[in-house]
Design a protein around this ligand. Sequence first.
Ligand code: GDP
Ligand code: IMO
Ligand code: MG
Length: 434
Amino acid sequence: MPVVVVVGGQWGDEGKGRIIDLLARKARVVARYSAGNNAGHTIVNELGEFKLHLVPAGIFYPEKTCVIGNGVAVDPEVLLGEISQLESRGINTSKLAVSARAQVVMPWHRLIDRLEEERLGAEAIGTTGKGIGPCFTDKVARRGIRIIDLLEPEDLLSRMRSVLDYQNRVITGVYGGEPIDFDACFEEYTEFGRRLQPFVADTQAIVTDALQAGEYVLLEGAQGSLLDLDHGTYEYVTSSVPSSTAGGATLGIGIGPTNVQRAVGVFKSYCTRVGNGPFPTELFGEISDQLRDHGKEFGRGEYGTTTGRPRRIGWLDTVAARYSVRFNGLSALALTRLDVLDGLPALKLCTAYEIDGEIVKTMPASASALRKVKPVYEELPGWDAPTSGVRNFDDLPAEAQVYIRRVESLLGVPVDLISVGPEREQAIIVNPIF
Ligand code: GDP
Ligand code: IMO
Ligand code: MG
């Protein structure tokens, strides 16, 4: 009953959606376990190019069940929009199941997300503005609205009155904003509940049944491990509870940790970050512009899938990556966007940090220490030959092979999969993950 967890190893946008779309072939169930529509996963396959925010990337296989687990924050309007968009493009969504226990992103969450970012000013987190932080805050504070509540309007009525009374006090009192109208909101969300009802299911039972039948289950991570509340670059992190790390996966689905056989970390062949916060290997200038704009003419540059913001670019940071390997317990790596490095004369790998003259090989907890980091680099030769058509490791340019082997040895984990393009088949399977 193998369960494989796929997590982002860096600051998000590593290509998780693309890897899930490839690996889903062998799975019976693909389940999202955390975050919300702050995530944006791009998938390119024979059916076209898709950007998913909530629906798991297994949806392109009609026979697979796709689960949105209890750990996900669901914006019903976004989910319903995504379902109808997929349907309009001929993708069957009838096997999508949404947990009755998932939290709902409400209008006050989006509003407070924006108002709080404005209040923070220069110290803003640079959130996606989708209300995800306030939604998880309310989950923990026991003020959340869950999917099941939308299906039980009588109970929702009293619950929402109490919750909205609190939220309006915050909106007007703390931020000087305009209160949200109860009646319009209640009507809108009970209607969302009616439309979502056919998808609501006991998702924990779906996953458990698949495991008992000996089927493969793929747990789809969102965001990146370095955005995790506990292990990430706090306070420039996301607020998902459970966390988007491998440790959060079973909590967000409702299965025990002993079910998980493998945790696969998706890493870009370099680094990106969108939003604010420390980024030790960040690059400015020609190389970062070149990497960001690779494929831009086809809408495939390094610009946020959810917000369109330009992504910050840096060399591969193996100090941060090693840390991520360790706290996720990764058993394999999937290295993406190798082709984007084609043509660079030389590549750099950050192997240590220099902080106040001291060499450090682990990720400091202190944000101010992280800001002072001078990366210690190892330089490797680049390669000229294009890699996007390569399907066997041995056919990669020798310098690309050296680069990958060096990453493996610095991280202590094998690279089992190499992605050399955004399309499903543009991959080198070094060792089968399932
Ligand atoms: P996710 O959030 O981790 O699923 O990643 P995103 O979809 O936000 O960003 C990854 C981007 O890289 C998308 O535009 C993908 O289509 C693209 N991509 C993924 N793997 C590769 C690859 O190996 N090569 C290239 N050129 N693009 C890739
Ligand atoms: P995928 O799944 C990249 C970042 C935001 C911001 C911080 C907090 O596509 O990899 P939030 O809106 O979550 O409160 O913002 O987290 N962030 C992501 N960055 N990819 C994501 O998801 C992200 N989800 C959140 O940019 O810095
Ligand atoms: Mg993304």
